[in-house]
Design a protein. Structure first.
Lengths: 114, 117
């Protein structure tokens, strides 16, 4: 079975700072996808960024980038120039290629302070 | 594109009654929909996977007779909480997987807050 672990229950940084959220996972599969989702106070889940395991290049979406270390089974999210609107719960998630289920981590509550 | 709606957004009901929650994909067809439950400050817990035209697949520990799921069309899945009790109070979220395109991507609804008195 796949598991996803987010070891930081809460984080807090000042606006404009850079913050990194950690995520590790455990799987015996070789082909899979990794995701970071954001859940703001509205509770709407929003996809932030995704990574295909077969791609060596780290995914980037504007201020959001990942550090994907396949051998270490690590998938951290870096938020650059953090903004107040980045305040949210962030969930790391895993999906085996060809499967349907998303496996979520416990979440990290990120607060951006003015 | 890829918008998923849920109705109602919140509901309060009396213990012992049944509540139906709808999940609709508004601008795409979804072969598969998923129902999650989320407790306060906790992660999403998958309850069941719903495939159009077939019976839902429930996760271990989820009572299928209590949480009835119907996926009658490619754009609609419903979750009915039968004989609701206070412990069923929670935030319920659905997601939908597109029938074409990037099949590994799920789009989430805004959630339904259920309070059972």
């Amino acid at each position: 079975a796949q598991t996803v672990t987010q070891s930081q229950p809460e984080m807090s940084v000042q606006e404009a700072e850079t913050v990194t959220l950690s995520c590790t996972y455990d799987t015996s599969e070789n082909n899979y996808y990794l995701f970071w989702y954001k859940q703001p106070p509205s509770r709407q889940m929003i996809l932030v960024i995704r990574q295909e395991a077969y791609k060596q290049q780290n995914a980037t979406e504007n201020r959001f980038s990942v550090n994907f270390q396949k051998a270490a089974k690590s998938f951290s999210l870096k938020i650059s120039d953090s903004q107040l609107g980045d305040t949210a719960m962030y969930f790391c998630a895993f999906m085996v290629q060809g499967a349907q289920k998303l496996v979520f981590g416990q979440g990290t509550r990120l607060t951006i302070n003015p | 594109g890829a918008v998923v709606s849920q109705h109602p957004s919140w509901v309060i009901c009396k213990s012992g009654t049944s509540v139906k929650i709808e999940c609709r994909s508004l601008d795409f067809q979804a072969t598969t929909m998923f129902w999650y439950r989320q407790f306060p400050k906790k992660s999403l817990m998958l309850m069941a996977t719903s495939n159009e035209g077939s019976k839902a697949t429930y996760e271990q520990g989820v009572e299928k007779d209590k949480f009835l799921i119907n996926h009658a069309s490619l754009t609609l899945s419903t979750l009915t909480v039968t004989s609701a009790h206070p412990e069923d109070s929670s935030f319920y979220i659905c997601s939908a997987r597109v029938a074409s395109g990037r099949a590994n991507e799920q789009f989430f609804g805004p959630g339904t807050r259920l309070t059972v008195l």
